[in-house]
Design a protein around this ligand. Structure first.
Ligand SMILES: NC(=O)c1ccc[n+]([C@@H]2O[C@H](COP(=O)([O-])OP(=O)(O)OC[C@H]3O[C@@H](n4cnc5c(N)ncnc54)[C@H](OP(=O)(O)O)[C@@H]3O)[C@@H](O)[C@H]2O)c1
Length: 251
């Protein structure tokens, strides 16, 4: 039975990954800070699920999870956060916490997982990035920059480890209905319903693209078109349409 470790499994896209991978026959290790929610998820998934509570913005949390990666066949680096304040209003501590989770944890856990995978000649890492990683959308927000790192890192490392039989892929969803925006205090009430994706669909698309050997996966045609625009539109044109989705109050 292959083993998958999913970070940020207590809600949203991570919980959807855990449920789908469990149904696909993986033994699960589920990671997040909220031990109670992880235990409830594990009870749903069955006896083989292992609960590993950890705060991935801390060294102790990262070490505990890195130490568990030895026999893991699929690592899903999914835990991530945004902030509801622009860089000028934010504190350096909050920005550092965001980078520790969105960037440093992804690097550290990928680095810990790859030696076992390359020596076995099999395995995969999915790093959950964002459609916003392709351009500096949301003026004043540092979140897209953190995700730009995740996308470039995954593509770069994915190219290097392919010859060892190992895959690394960035999964870049657009707006997905999870707790992500409410946790950050971002008002999304004016976002039209057609822009929202379902976490289960994001996961299914990502796993399909991983099986196809893609290095970067963008679920849903709407966001494929948007990403094409972000990659190819002149920056000046793009800047005029880029919007900050955060609420006025939060700035
Ligand atoms: N939702 C979207 O529109 C969207 C779009 C593009 C990309 N994404 C990306 O998708 C990923 C998953 O987010 P989501 O949308 O599923 O949001 P979510 O529902 O808020 O889930 C975030 C998960 O991360 C965990 N987490 C947060 N801080 C953590 C920490 N310090 N240590 C360990 N775990 C932590 C949370 O659990 P605990 O609170 O229990 O720790 C939770 O399980 C993120 O990387 C996000 O950037 C989301």
């Amino acid at each position: 039975m292959p083993t998958a470790l999913v970070t940020g499994a207590s809600s949203g896209i991570g919980a959807a990954f855990a449920r789908r991978l469990s149904a696909d026959g993986y033994r699960l290790v589920v990671v997040a800070r909220d031990a109670e929610r992880l235990t409830a998820l594990a009870a749903d998934l069955g006896d083989t699920t292992e609960v590993l509570p950890a705060d991935l913005s801390t060294d102790a949390g990262l070490t505990a999870v890195a130490d568990r990666l030895g026999d893991v066949d699929l690592l899903v680096n999914n835990a991530g956060v945004s902030l509801n304040r622009s860089f000028l209003r934010s504190t350096a501590d909050d920005e550092a916490r965001l980078l520790r989770l969105n960037v440093h944890a992804v690097m550290r856990l990928t680095h810990a997982a790859l030696p076992g995978m390359t020596s076995r000649g099999s395995g995969a890492v999915i790093n959950v990035s964002s459609a916003s990683s392709f351009a500096p959308v949301m003026p004043g927000s540092t979140y897209p920059a953190s995700k730009a790192w995740v996308t470039h890192f995954s593509e770069s490392i994915g190219r290097a480890v392919g010859r060892h039989g190992v895959r690394v892929m960035a999964l870049c969803p657009g707006y997905t209905r999870t707790e992500f925006h409410s946790r950050a205090g971002i008002d999304m009430s004016r976002t039209p319903s057609w822009m929202w994706l379902r976490a289960e669909d994001v996961v299914a698309h990502g796993l399909r693209d991983l099986a196809r050997g893609r290095l970067v996966s963008v679920p849903d045609w709407k966001y494929k078109v948007a990403v094409f625009g972000m990659r190819h539109a002149p920056r000046g044109v793009f800047a005029r349409v880029a919007k900050d989705t955060r609420s006025r109050d939060g700035r």
